[in-house]
Design a binder for this molecule. Structure first.
Ligand code: SF4
Ligand code: SF4
Length: 709
């Protein structure tokens, strides 16, 4: 019987009785762990506040999905599957580990023996779990040492690598699995030698193989192995527990909390300081993150929770073109800083400026806020808010790149980054040709309308993008929407201004537009610019409902109010490029595709990276005025991706994407092979407009007159 082999925890270890030894180990291990974690929490207690205790049910649901369900892991098939196996193995083995440790203290309580049936079922499961985790450790270490995936590389400009730490941890976990296997195997072998029926070991599992290897070992050897394995197991467990908070494995402890407290609202940017009114923000002495302690406690928890897996950087467009930014290292550098300045032993120091010591200016300006990193991270680690906060800090110190100073001044004085006159904002509506086909009323208070077309600066002032404005207006007109624009009363939505870190200017633009929109009395807002859409939807408050034009068109197509002629160029292949602020930040993926698919004869392909993995075009908004150091343009990568997918036409649904794509097509030398068109332009071109009867008759008469005799 199982009980007839004395417990390894109760045996003597030299002159020390087992119960005393393991009680001391447990006490020292737990005390060290508690002390280390307390020290690790010190900076969090000094950090800025963060509001993360709302909506507990949604948060719990996300814990089930992203933490327990490992939802994002299969996005990287091989590494993701391994992680799922390891995670599941750990959960299963947690009972076993607990059981062994309690056994060390009490000698009687063993979870797997609470019920014999449960124990019989649990036994083989845990044997296989330990085997799988052990094998995963071997595979993971081999990958890191032999195959060295580029995702794990650490270029010297991004600080020190953590490969040795990762491999050491893999070795510790493998040791834990092996020692637990050896406890089972030696015990079973001892039982077999005594002719007793012991616990069945799962066929071909690690303990089963070990037991076979030990079949001819002497009784005393088995006994020593049994006790030795138990001692190694307990020591490794507590060592691992205390070692984890020193490196990437700290995520084992923090990830559950990190997922629970993760940001819930996409597309938003955190306030300058939580809990302050606008007037109070104006009076704040220092804005943004300048020192480590200016981060919020949740952002610090992010730093501790990063598993250093590199998935964020793998998807980052800035990293892909060699800009001095790679999101993973934003986190690991901050974590290293925290460990160094808040050591477990010794005095904590704080207050060192981060820019110049931990981060470079270019690194922080290089982000397009595309959100690809956040979409990818299995632990829901946030980047955009941190980057915006760091930018706020730089802007507050007057540390603004030269090329951005002019557009910012223009935004302040004229409400647009080009410095153009306010009264010219509606000039795009005034071309004679356009006015023949469509009238765009300016909502000046005397002209009521249901729908506001919020145009925003680029479409209002950029000669090329004005075509998007005209196409949008013609679509409204076609379906009989009672719409209008704000004209000179509209200012830039401030979307990029906010993400650039100029919160005060953003607030001024937002307040101005909010007042103008409310005064117009409209019931809804539609825009063809995803940046304006995101700003009005998430950065503004108390506005009528906001829609992107692709959502509006998709609905009208479904309602039968928009019908299309067969595609003009049936030999061409189209690829849709998801704008980051429409797709990732607002989850609008299907509407634009449905519109394209409703055009008869239009052939459409998906690019290698699309939907929530779409590659950013290279930066909207103020990124048009800032050129970071890079090896090639992000847009060029995207244009090449479209060409590789076999597309002749890239369809965008954003004026900023259009600027970048048209430019990229030229730079990539793909002119003549690839073109770009906005969804509104394509829809306007393809709409089947009914010809009024009198015009139809006139056309037939002309046709008859010119018909060959
Ligand atoms: S938001 Fe985009 S550009 Fe910025 S770090 Fe993340 S992936 Fe890179
Ligand atoms: S931030 Fe997330 S995706 Fe990036 S390395 Fe850390 S855990 Fe991986």
């Amino acid at each position: 019987m199982l009980d007839s082999i004395p417990s390894a925890a109760q045996a003597a270890y030299g002159p020390i009785p087992g119960p005393v030894l393991f009680a001391v180990i447990a006490f020292v291990g737990l005390a060290c762990f508690a002390y280390i974690v307390t020290r690790r929490l010190t900076p969090l207690l000094r950090a800025e506040q963060d509001v993360r205790f709302d909506r507990p049910l949604i948060r719990l649901e996300r814990v089930f999905k992203y933490w327990l369900g490992q939802w994002k892991h299969p996005r990287f098939r091989f590494a993701g599957t391994m992680h799922i196996l390891i995670f599941a193995g750990f959960l299963i083995l947690a009972f076993q580990a607990f059981s062994l440790l309690i056994l060390g203290i009490s000698g009687n309580v063993v979870l797997s023996r609470f019920s014999e049936t449960a124990g019989n079922l649990y036994g083989p499961v845990k044997d296989y779990a330990a085997t799988i985790v052990f094998l995963c450790m071997v595979v993971a270490a081999t990958r890191r040492i032999v195959f060295k995936p580029t995702r794990y590389e650490v270029p010297t400009k991004f600080g020190k690598g953590h490969k040795a730490d990762a491999i050491f941890l893999l070795a510790l976990i493998a040791t834990l699995m092996a020692s637990e296997g050896l406890i089972e195997a030696s015990k079973a072998a001892l039982q077999a030698q005594r002719g007793q029926t012991g616990e069945m070991l799962a066929l071909a599992s690690l303990p089963w193989l070990m037991k076979r290897a030990l079949a001819s070992a002497s009784h005393s050897r088995l006994w020593n192995l049994y006790r030795g394995a138990y001692l190694v197991d307990v020591l490794t467990f507590y060592f691992l527990l205390c070692y984890r908070p020193f490196g990437i494995q700290f995520h084992v402890e923090t990830s559950l909390f990190n997922v629970y407290f993760a940001k819930l609202d996409r597309g938003t940017v955190k306030p300058v300081k939580w809990g302050l009114t606008q007037t109070e923000v104006d009076k704040v002495q220092s804005i943004g993150v300048k020192t480590f302690e200016d981060f919020t406690w949740k952002h610090m928890l992010d730093f501790y929770s990063c598993a250093d897996c590199g998935r964020c950087s793998d998807q980052c467009p800035a990293k892909a073109v060699g800009r001095p930014l790679s999101p993973r290292f934003l986190t690991t550098k901050a974590r290293d800083y925290s460990f160094q300045h808040y050591p477990v032993l010794g005095k904590s120091e704080n207050g060192t400026p981060l820019i110049g010591s931990v981060y470079s200016e270019d690194e922080i300006w290089s982000c397009t806020t595309c959100g690809a990193c956040e979409e990818e991270c299995p632990l829901l680690i946030e980047y955009i808010d941190k980057i915006v906060d760091l930018r706020r800090g730089m802007v507050d110190d007057g540390n603004v790149p030269k090329s951005l100073q002019k557009p910012l001044k223009a935004l302040e004085s004229r409400g647009n980054p080009y410095g153009k006159m306010e009264k010219k904002r509606a000039e795009w509506t005034k071309s004679a040709d356009f006015q023949k086909s469509c009238r765009v009323p300016v909502l000046d208070g005397n002209q009521p309308a249901d729908t506001l077309y919020f145009v925003d600066s680029i479409t209002s002032y950029d000669d090329r993008m004005q075509s998007i404005g005209r196409a949008t207006a013609k679509i409204f007109d076609h379906v009989g929407t009672n719409f209008g624009i704000l004209g000179a009363a509209e200012k830039d939505s401030g979307h990029e201004v906010r993400r650039f870190g100029e919160e005060t200017l953003f607030m001024a633009l937002r307040d101005h537009n909010t007042e103008a929109i409310k005064a117009s009395g409209v019931q809804r807002i539609v825009t063809a610019d995803p940046h304006a859409y995101n700003a009005l939807k998430h950065d503004y408050k108390d506005l009528p409902p906001v829609e992107h034009i692709s959502q509006f068109i998709a609905r009208e197509v479904k309602a039968g109010k928009i019908k299309f002629n067969p595609v003009e160029d049936a030999d061409k292949v189209y690829a849709y490029h998801d704008p980051c602020y429409l797709g990732r930040h607002n989850q609008v993926y299907d509407d634009p595709r449905e519109v394209l698919d409703a055009i008869p004869g239009l052939k459409r392909v998906e690019m290698e990276r699309s939907r929530d993995r779409a590659l950013c075009c290279g930066g909207g908004g103020l990124m048009l005025f800032y050129e970071p150091k890079e090896e090639q343009r992000i847009g060029v990568l995207r244009a090449k991706m479209a060409a590789e997918a076999g597309a002749d036409v890239i369809v965008t649904a954003c004026p900023f994407c259009m600027v970048n794509m048209e430019d990229a097509i030229k730079v990539a030398g793909l002119e003549g092979q690839l073109t770009a068109i906005d969804l509104t332009e394509l829809v306007d071109r393809q709409i089947a407009r009914e010809i009024p009867a009198e015009v139809g008759e006139l056309v037939s008469e002309i046709k008859q007159e010119v018909a060959p005799v």
